[in-house]
Design a protein around this ligand. Structure first.
Ligand code: ZN
Length: 270
């Protein structure tokens, strides 16, 4: 290995070490240790990190020879890279993050396999696009055009150029997936359960009983006073037995946050 100068042939060798859960993405023999690797001509940090298996969306910080760099850093012979996921216990504020963040609004586009998670995100109030017919290029286009975080269990999708923010979802069950995403993005304080249409993702708004009375089954008209309507699909909602079951499910899901300093405890509704 050369001692820090760029090889005239164009190929460089660099040393990599991946930290914490990023090791899940790389070959077993490379986990938790430094390893050397030949880099493609004019490779950037992002290019090599993804070539080694790690989607860039999962990376929060890259140090080259001890200094933080952006994804576009051009690798040089002899560079030593340390690649970190999001930190919880380590303040990286003084360091250059690999991407601007956060997106101004937390909104999502979920891939075709995550319908259950998309449903729960809408239930907790988050703008989440989902269609089981979405192709990868549509997801990429929606993410770029609308500033959406891509949710997927497909790491190749996360490597697409147009995707700047994404989460590789590790859990398999939708309830656990919701907690995983809430933990990773710290969403517990910003959940607004039952403010969004589960069918079409449009925000709901309250409506006077008189305005929807002719559209209600008689029993509902007698027992309920509060109603909401979706302008997207014209559905009317009330807090019936189905709503109460969903409410119990959401409360249980968000109870994991009870130890946190949540400014508006969700259990204190009504
Ligand atoms: Zn709707």
């Amino acid at each position: 290995m050369a001692n820090g100068s760029t090889e005239s042939g164009g190929h460089a060798s660099a040393t990599f070490r991946f930290y914490a859960e990023l090791n899940d993405f790389i070959a077993p023999e490379r986990r938790g240790r430094e390893f050397g690797c030949r880099c493609a001509h004019a490779a950037t940090a992002k290019h090599m990190i993804e070539a080694l298996g790690v989607p860039h969306t999962e990376v929060e910080l890259v140090l080259v020879n001890g200094e933080s760099v952006g994804f576009e850093y051009a690798l040089r012979d002899g560079d030593r890279l340390a690649v970190y996921p999001q930190f919880e216990a380590f303040d990286v504020t003084p360091l250059l993050r690999v991407r601007e963040r956060p997106l101004r609004e937390t909104r999502f586009v979920a891939d075709a396999h995550l319908g259950g998670l998309a449903h729960l995100l809408r239930m907790t109030g988050f703008d989440t696009l989902y269609d089981n017919g979405f192709r990868d290029d549509e997801i990429e286009r929606l993410a770029a055009a609308e500033g959406r975080i891509v949710l997927t269990r497909d790491r190749e999708l996360l490597k697409r150029r147009g995707i700047t923010h994404g989460c590789y979802v590790r859990e398999l069950r939708s309830d656990a997936q919701l907690r995983e995403i809430f933990d990773r993005l710290d969403l517990f304080g910003s959940a607004r359960p039952f403010t969004r249409c589960l069918s079409c993702n449009t925000p709901l708004h309250a409506i006077a009983k008189a305005q929807v009375a002719d559209r209600l089954p008689p029993g509902v008209r007698e027992r309920h006073e509060r109603f909401a309507v979706c302008d997207g699909c014209a559905r009317v909602f009330w807090e019936g037995s189905h709503w109460q079951r969903m409410r119990a499910r959401v409360d249980a899901l968000l109870a994991a946050a009870s130890w946190r300093d949540v400014s508006e405890p969700l259990a204190q509704r009504e």
